[in-house]
Design a protein around this ligand. Structure first.
Ligand SMILES: *Cc1c(COP(=O)(O)O)cnc(C)c1O
Length: 389
């Protein structure tokens, strides 16, 4: 009999030949812009630590203090005996910050999106999602056995047509990213929310990349667009991006949160996040609220980068967020440019299928308030040399 899974090596080789092989590198250093890879210092433009909080001494101290008080781990799931005062306080702070009745912590954004779908959708219910949604939203709908339809990216008319055709009597959950993770553009939330209200569908926004960054107080994409809980009843965001920690939360009505506690399998059957992480996220949330200069600094850098990239004639799609993709097309070409940049001392990741659609490989530049203007200029100079002419 053949060795089980004997074709694994062949498949890996095929992936390599197609320029799609994924490789980890050991990146040493705090999440700050300067990191070490293979003993060499690189200036990184790839972290989602948009406000520079992952290495903020106050956040790090809160993590250390939390560990001293509560230990390294929570010991159990939230429903058994792992839900402590630090978790509870953070949930209350997040509810206040988002202006919602309640908030609920999850171990990760991936788990939160799977849990929301599992709790709200039954087999045969309808999940309508933007084509470019994060993989965890798609996976959630598939795992719940929902009928998944993907509408054209940021096309509220296409969504509206599909809503009008949805089977009467079936529940419909519409989900979109607030800021799209590979393109940096924002969902047209006002139009999407209006379409959902008109057709009796429930709207979920995954604001992983907007929370903390957008909106006057860092409330995210909803705050920027002036949309409340009536327009978007299900708000999900992560604590591992702008907040610089790890984990995620869902905020909404008390009814929604109770439903998740009862039925979200990724909430029930998993160990609660370490309480120290909740302490760190609380400290981070306070900084997000108290230090708007970080958002201002990020905007200054975004504008500087865009102006410089436009002057170089680089293919830069519209994006007002910290995510600034440079479209390349072919996967191997994106990898070559990333390698040239690395030779010049910069770390900018190439994003390839299936993370992005075929033929749309790109360099994904992410900016952070922790970058300086001089560092953005260095990136632009390196791009001028590394970009094929
Ligand atoms: C990062 C991300 C997630 C997953 O969050 P994790 O906490 O990293 O699991 C979900 N949705 C979007 C849009 C993301 O960018």
């Amino acid at each position: 009999m053949a060795r089980p899974f004997a074709d694994l090596g062949e498949r890996l080789a095929a992936r390599e030949a197609a320029g799609l092989y994924r490789r980890r590198r050991v990146v040493d250093g705090v999440a700050a812009p300067l990191v070490r890879v293979d003993g060499r210092e690189l200036l990184a433009f790839c972290s989602n630590d948009y406000l520079g909080l992952a290495s903020d001494p106050r956040v790090v101290a809160a993590l250390a203090d939390g560990a001293c008080r509560y230990g390294a781990g929570s010991g159990a799931s939230h429903l058994v005996c792992g839900h402590g005062p630090a978790h509870h306080a953070l949930e209350e702070e997040l509810a206040r910050f988002t202006g919602r009745e309640r908030a609920l912590l999850f171990g990760s954004g991936y788990a939160a999106n799977l849990g929301i779908a599992a709790a709200l959708l039954a087999r045969g219910d309808i999940a309508l999602q933007d084509r470019l949604n994060h993989a965890s939203l798609l996976d959630g709908a598939l795992l719940a056995g929902a009928r998944l339809q993907r509408f054209r990216h940021n096309d509220a008319d296409d969504l509206e047509r599909r809503l009008a055709r949805a089977t009467p009597g079936r529940r419909v959950l519409v989900a979109v990213d607030g800021v799209f993770s590979m393109d940096g553009d924002e969902a047209p939330l006002a139009r999407i929310a209006a379409a959902c209200t008109a057709h009796g569908a429930l709207l979920q926004v995954d604001d992983a990349h907007g929370f903390g960054v957008l909106g006057e107080h860092g409330g995210g994409t909803l705050q920027k667009h002036g949309i409340g809980v009536a327009g978007v009843p299900v708000l999900m965001a992560t604590l591992g991006k702008a907040l610089g920690v790890a984990g995620a939360f869902v905020a909404g009505s008390a009814e929604l949160v109770e439903t998740l506690i009862q039925s979200a399998r990724t909430y029930i059957y998993t160990t609660a996040m370490p309480p120290a992480l909740a302490c760190a996220a609380s400290a981070s949330l306070r900084i997000v609220a108290d230090e708007p200069w970080r958002r201002v600094q990020l905007q200054v850098l975004i504008e500087r980068f865009r102006a410089g990239a436009a002057a170089l004639g680089l293919p830069l799609p519209a994006s007002a967020s910290a995510i600034q993709p440079l479209l390349v097309g072919a996967a191997d070409e994106a990898v070559r440019i990333a390698a040239r940049l690395q030779e010049l001392g910069l770390l900018v990741p190439a994003m390839r299928p299936p993370t992005v659609p075929a033929g749309q490989s790109r360099l994904r530049v992410t900016l952070s308030a922790a970058h300086s203007e001089a560092q953005v200029d260095r990136l632009l100079e390196a791009l001028a040399r590394a970009w094929p002419r």
